[in-house]
Design a protein around this ligand. Structure first.
Ligand code: URA
Length: 209
């Protein structure tokens, strides 16, 4: 599928199966999400540009490489997106974080914004939008719109589980934004949940249900 990368790494797939299991406890779910988000982060940053620098090792002066450009921004969509931050920041500790507060109206499934806080110069940075579930894609589409309104042009989207409908919708509204996901499930059920999915990621992460 154009613009979509499925992260089929065995460790990711194994951990995702554990997360799908309804008997997995809140503590286990949280730990697995942290672990899996590190692996997702590794994949979504695989092609980041490098620049050459001069360094001195204890032995001699040499050329080395480092990440080029400004520190990237991780943009979790509240609240479940926050669950991927610790694992991603383990890998990129200097990343900036932009919080985007959007929730799905349970009746209409439409995205409603209630919070937005980002670095002032976000338009000059790569922004990786993070949400564990790409279901209807209403919130993802809205989050990307908010970021584009603020001038961001370099965007990526990463999730754990996507629905075919969500991918189609996100690609239709934002064809310039590549998607990374660990799985593409069968589809949405009548409540807007991904099936088979893993349930409500926020509730399972925070133990609210
Ligand atoms: N949000 C979730 O947390 N789970 C779904 O299945 C769909 C949206």
């Amino acid at each position: 599928m154009q613009g979509v990368t499925v992260i089929d790494h065995p460790l990711v797939q194994h951990k995702l199966s554990l997360m799908r299991n309804k008997d997995t406890s809140t503590a286990q779910f949280r730990r697995l999400l942290r672990e899996i988000s590190t692996l997702l982060c590794y994949e979504v940053t695989r092609d980041l540009p490098l620049e050459t620098i001069q360094i001195e090792t204890p032995v001699e002066r040499t050329e080395a490489v480092r990440l080029a450009g400004k520190k990237l921004v991780l943009a979790p969509i509240l609240r479940a997106g926050v669950g991927l931050m610790d694992g991603m920041l383990d890998l990129i500790p200097a990343a900036r974080v932009a919080h985007i507060g959007l929730y799905r109206d349970p009746e209409t499934l439409v995205a409603v914004e209630y919070y937005f806080k980002a670095p002032d110069d976000i338009a000059e940075r790569l922004v990786i939008v993070v949400d564990p579930m790409l279901a209807t894609a209403n919130t993802a589409v809205a989050a990307l719109e908010r970021l584009k309104e603020r001038g961001v042009t370099d965007l990526r989207f990463v999730c754990l589980v996507a629905s075919p409908e969500g991918i189609e919708r996100l690609r239709a509204y934002h064809p310039d934004v590549p998607i990374w996901t660990a799985a593409i499930d069968r589809g949405l059920n009548e409540h807007g949940y991904i099936a088979p999915g893993l349930g409500d990621a926020g509730d399972r992460l925070f133990g609210t249900r």
